[in-house]
Design a protein around this ligand. Structure first.
Ligand SMILES: C[S@@+](CC[C@H](N)C(=O)[O-])C[C@H]1O[C@@H](n2cnc3c(N)ncnc32)[C@H](O)[C@@H]1O
Length: 268
């Protein structure tokens, strides 16, 4: 399997994650560094949070964006009006580009959905020129996502299956401390640096928080969507109580922390 990502609809993804990955994109671009005239590759572009942020950061000569999901490729292509941006369907583990064809290869919130994430790192390195930069960012589901942990920790008290889902969720590829750095080093990158990037996910109400998950989007949506009616009602009610935390329903703000890593392709 080349992707573990669960796609329902591009609009649902926007509600679940796109609105937040758009906030993370400029922080990631700052960390990855980008300069005028470069050719950049966005690996796993989704609905285009990074793709469409890149031209605001520098006057790039070309941006190529790929995604495994035809649903996202179609949505991002429809949203694009910049002639420098090219979007196509492709697998991060088998990039359809020549060696050394980009100045920078970037992946925003993608590698944790690639079961053989090391292969994707190797491919990003291969298509980046000597002296160019490979950079990636993944959420820290174990220690950095209190909003989503709230859902899984609550569900795990009610359902044994949720314990396994929680374990998989917390230890998706590249999420362990230092794991991405080790993978970057193993694939021959140098001058490797890692940092944490943080945004806040601000919700208007429990409905705003829960609706995209209840609609079946993302890994938690897939789990919730598969519950029988009785368990589902319990999970809905207990997660709502956890969200409200003893106060009337309304806005809540959750920190979200990601691991980011970058490395340079050695000069020949
Ligand atoms: C959480 S979304 C991130 C999308 C976008 N970069 C963003 O930050 O909003 C994960 C994306 O990785 C893509 N993906 C997962 N495995 C992939 C693979 N092997 N090759 C290409 N894209 C992949 C999914 O289709 C999905 O669009």
């Amino acid at each position: 399997m080349t992707s573990s990502f669960n796609v329902q609809s591009a609009a649902g993804y926007e509600q679940l994650m796109g609105r937040w990955s758009r906030q993370l994109a400029p922080l990631f671009i700052d960390f990855a560094g980008i300069t005028d005239g470069e050719r950049a590759l966005d690996v796993g572009c989704g609905t285009g949070s990074l793709t469409f942020a890149l031209p605001h950061a520098a006057n790039l000569s070309e941006i190529v964006a790929i995604d495994f999901s035809p649903v996202f490729v179609e949505a991002a292509t429809r949203a694009n009006s910049d002639p420098r941006i090219r979007i196509q369907q492709a697998d991060a583990c088998a990039l359809p580009f020549a060696d050394a064809s980009f100045d920078r290869a970037l992946a925003l919130l993608v590698l944790h959905f690639v079961p053989e994430a090391g292969k994707a790192v190797a491919e990003m390195r291969r298509v980046t020129r000597p002296g160019g930069v490979v950079a990636a960012v993944v959420w820290d589901h174990l220690g950095g996502m209190p909003g989503m942990r709230m859902v899984l920790d609550t569900a795990a008290m009610l359902d044994e299956n949720a314990e396994q889902i929680r374990s998989r969720y917390c230890f998706q590829p590249m999420m362990r401390p230092g794991e991405m750095m080790q993978s970057f080093a193993a694939h021959g990158l140098e001058k490797i640096e890692q940092t944490s990037l943080m945004i806040r996910m601000d919700y208007q109400s429990f409905e705003d928080f829960w609706q995209p998950i209840a609609a079946g989007e993302g890994p938690l949506g897939k789990y919730v969507g598969g519950l029988d009616q009785a368990l589902r009602a319990k999970v809905d009610a207990t997660v709502k109580a956890a969200y409200e935390a003893g106060q009337p329903d309304g806005p809540r703000s959750f920190a979200a922390v990601a691991w980011a890593c970058r490395g340079t392709v050695p000069e020949a």
